[in-house]
Ligand binder design. Structure first.
Ligand code: 5AD
Length: 336
C-alpha cells in the first residue's frame, strides 16, 4: 500500500517508520524502483556522468574491520603510485573525454598536504573536475586541497549507528567523521557520503537513520553498496549484504533527495551480474570507470573480485548506451 500511496501523492519526505516499512516489505519493490527512475529522469535527466577513478595507493593506517586494505592485512601487496604516475593516469582519462577525475586511496600518510596540493594543481590543468576520496584529514588540509582546486570530496559515514561504527573502526571517532563532513561542506566542496548495506549487526532501523541523515545534511552525492566480506579481515565469515536491499536504500535516497548525484557502485556490480544497469534504472546517474593502470588495479582489493568487473571506460559507455541513456561529456556538478 505504502509505495503506491507515495506514488500518487508525490511525497517528498518520509517518516522513519515509513522508511522502515518500505525497506521491510518486498511486495512493491518494482513500484519503488520505477518511482526512483521517474524521479531521476525528472531531476537529473538521461545523462550518465562518468568519473575516472584512480586508486593511487592501497597503503592505509586504518584497521576498519570490513576493508581489505586495513593496516593489519599482511596478505596484500602494497603499492603507491608516484605523483607523475597519478598525473599520467589522469591525462589518459582526460584524453578519452573523462570530465571528472576521482583520486582515491587508503589513509596513506605519505600523501601530505604539500604532496597532494602539487598533484591537485597539475590535474586541474587538464580542465576536469576533481574529486578526492582520501579519508579523514584536518580542516587545514581540506582547505589547502580546496584552494589548490579540488571540487568534490567523498567520505562515507559507512553507518550512522555510533556503537556499530566504533566497533567496526577501532581507534576512530564517530564524531570526528561527522566533523570532517561538516568541514568539507563549510569549505564549499560538493560533498559525498554514503553507507554500507548489510554490515554484521546493522538493523533496518539504522539504515532508515542513514537515509534520514543524508537527507538532513543535504549531501551532493550519496554512494551506497552492499557489504562484501573480504577473506583477510575479521569479518571474513560474515554474510554479504543483500543486493535488493542495497538497491532499495539507493532508490529511496533518489526519491527523497531528487537532484543529487548517485553512483551505480562497483559493489552492486560485484554482487549481481547486472548490478550496475539495475542501479542506473533505479535512481543512479553516475558511473565510475576505473582508470588506474592495470597492474595496480588488482591490488586495490577493498573486497574480493572487485577488479574482475568490466570497469573500463569503453565497456561502461556501451552499457550506458545499451539502456538508452547518454554518456555525458559534462563535468556533472549537482544540478541546481
Ligand atoms: N564491502 C563493500 N564495500 C566496502 N568498502 C570498504 N570495504 C568494503 C567491503 N568489504 C567501501 C567503504 C568505503 C569505500 C571506498 O569502499 O564504504 O567508503
Amino acid at each position: 500500500m505504502l509505495v503506491i500511496t507515495l506514488l500518487k501523492t508525490h511525497l517528498t519526505m518520509f517518516s522513519k517508520k515509513e522508511i522502515i516499512d518500505i525497506l521491510s516489505d518486498n511486495s512493491q519493490n518494482e513500484e519503488l524502483f520505477r518511482l526512483a527512475d521517474k524521479t531521476r529522469v525528472k531531476y537529473v535527466g538521461d545523462e550518465v556522468y562518468l568519473r575516472g577513478l584512480i586508486e593511487f595507493s592501497n597503503i592505509c593506517k586504518c584497521t576498519c574491520h570490513y576493508c581489505g586494505l586495513r593496516f593489519e592485512n599482511k596478505a596484500i601487496e602494497r603499492y603507491r603510485l608516484s605523483a607523475d604516475e597519478i598525473i599520467d593516469c589522469a591525462k589518459k582519462a582526460a584524453s578519452k573525454g573523462i570530465k571528472t577525475i576521482v583520486l582515491q586511496s587508503g589513509e596513506d600518510i605519505h600523501f601530505t598536504k604539500e604532496v597532494m596540493c602539487k598533484i591537485i594543481t597539475e590535474i586541474k590543468k587538464l580542465n576536469t573536475a576533481l574529486t578526492l576520496s582520501i579519508g579523514e584529514r584536518t580542516f587545514d588540509d581540506y582547505k589547502a586541497f580546496k584552494d589548490a582546486g579540488a571540487d568534490r570530496y567523498l567520505l562515507r559515514i559507512e553507518t550512522t549507528d555510533k556503537s556499530l561504527y566504533e566497533r567496526l573502526h577501532p581507534g576512530m571517532d564517530f564524531y570526528n567523521r561527522l566533523k570532517c563532513l561538516k568541514n568539507l561542506k563549510k569549505l564549499g566542496y560538493e560533498t559525498g557520503s554514503g553507507s554500507l548495506v548489510g554490515l554484521p549487526g546493522q538493523s533496518i532501523e539504522s539504515l532508515a537513520d542513514d537515509i534520514l541523515f543524508f537527507k538532513e545534511n543535504d549531501f551532493d552525492m550519496i554512494g551506497v553498496g552492499p557489504f562484501l566480506p573480504h577473506p583477510s579481515t575479521p569479518l571474513k565469515d560474515a554474510s554479504h549484504g543483500d543486493f535488493t536491499l542495497s538497491l532499495k536504500v539507493m532508490a529511496l535516497i533518489r526519491i527523497l533527495m531528487k537532484n543529487i548525484n548517485i553512483p551505480a557502485t562497483t559493489a552492486m556490480e560485484t554482487l549481481h551480474q547486472h548490478g550496475r544497469i539495475l542501479a542506473l534504472q533505479s535512481g543512479a546517474n553516475v558511473v565510475m570507470p576505473n582508470v588506474t593502470k592495470a597492474d595496480y588495479k588488482e591490488k586495490y582489493e577493498i573486497y574480493p573480485d572487485k577488479s574482475t568487473n568490466n570497469n573500463d571506460i569503453d565497456t561502461i559507455k556501451e552499457k550506458i548506451i545499451s539502456i538508452g541513456r547518454i554518456a555525458s561529456k559534462d563535468f556533472g556538478f549537482r544540478k541546481k
